[in-house]
Design a protein around this ligand. Structure first.
Ligand SMILES: Cc1cc2nc3c(=O)[nH]c(=O)nc-3n(C[C@H](O)[C@H](O)[C@H](O)COP(=O)(O)O)c2cc1C
Length: 251
């Protein structure tokens, strides 16, 4: 599967089988997390397996999960620069690694019990969100199935992520990777499916460069920004600069 096909194949999975993660898969996921924790200041992402407790008794509709037993806990020192954006970025890298192993995933920002998360937390650190991971069950719970249908009916196309939209064609001639990057962004998960990230061109050192922003930095928007930036970079084999409104490729 090519990179865009892989991104397009992802959906939030809320029903999992009870099949445990094989050791070899756990090792690959842990290796991915170790890469993040080693290179990113203030990050202590942790993979917790066989622990259903944080998801017990949560919302019946948004976040209606079946057999959620394994998760990445996004433990981050929130005082480090661009912590939320980078957390979204590297968690989405984890998601892509997981789906390429045939696993299903779901970001969970609100519908879990923080006190029940079986992760080590030090002073100054927070659990920003979880990413559930496991083998997708064939049948979703009815509530989750309905929600997924509604969400995917409302999904935007890649054109909706560029501003101003009428200049997209010309922009694609200037930046060759732009269309693939926007398609990547259109496939990105976002809290409540708000898809708040927009791409625009900015002149930097005499060159038009694609940049990404969210208009409002509240709620989960900066996490969504990081997730979208990862998808852009993954689709186009590029690397970004950090910050709201910053270039999607290193200038
Ligand atoms: C930061 C973040 C937080 C999320 N929190 C929750 C949550 O608490 N409960 C839930 O069921 N889904 C949660 N989601 C999943 C979104 O609802 C889902 O990504 C969105 O509806 C788009 O659907 P898709 O992932 O299937 O494309 C979250 C997603 C993100 C990115």
């Amino acid at each position: 599967m090519d990179k865009l096909e892989l991104l397009k194949s992802r959906r939030s999975v809320r029903s999992f089988t009870t099949e445990p993660l094989p050791k070899v898969v756990i090792n690959k996921l842990r290796a991915e997390i170790t890469m993040t924790n080693t290179h990113e200041q203030g990050f202590r992402f942790q993979l917790i397996t066989d622990d259903p407790n944080p998801l017990r008794g949560v919302s019946k509709f948004y976040g209606s999960f079946r057999n959620p037993r394994n998760y990445l806990a996004a433990v981050v020192d929130t005082a480090t620069p661009n912590a939320l954006e980078r957390a979204g970025y590297f968690a989405e890298r984890f998601v892509v690694q997981a789906i390429s192993e045939g696993l299903g995933t779901c970001f969970v920002g609100s519908t879990f019990n923080r006190k029940e998360v079986n992760a080590q937390i030090r002073a100054g650190e927070e659990i920003l969100f979880l990413v559930l991971v496991g083998y997708p069950a064939e049948k979703e719970k009815a509530g989750a199935r309905l929600m997924s249908r509604l969400v995917h009916l409302r999904k935007k196309t890649y054109k909706d992520f560029f501003q101003p939209e009428r200049e997209l064609e010309a922009a694609c001639r200037t930046c060759q990777d732009l269309k693939d990057g926007l398609v990547g962004i259109a496939c990105a998960p976002s809290a409540l499916n708000r898809q708040p990230v927009r791409v625009f061109l900015k002149e930097i050192e005499g060159r038009e460069v694609a940049c990404a922003k969210v208009d409002n930095e509240g709620g989960y928007n900066l996490i969504d920004l990081g997730i979208a930036k990862f998808n852009y970079n993954f689709a186009t084999s590029t690397e970004c600069e950090w910050g709201n409104g910053s270039p999607l490729v290193v200038v």
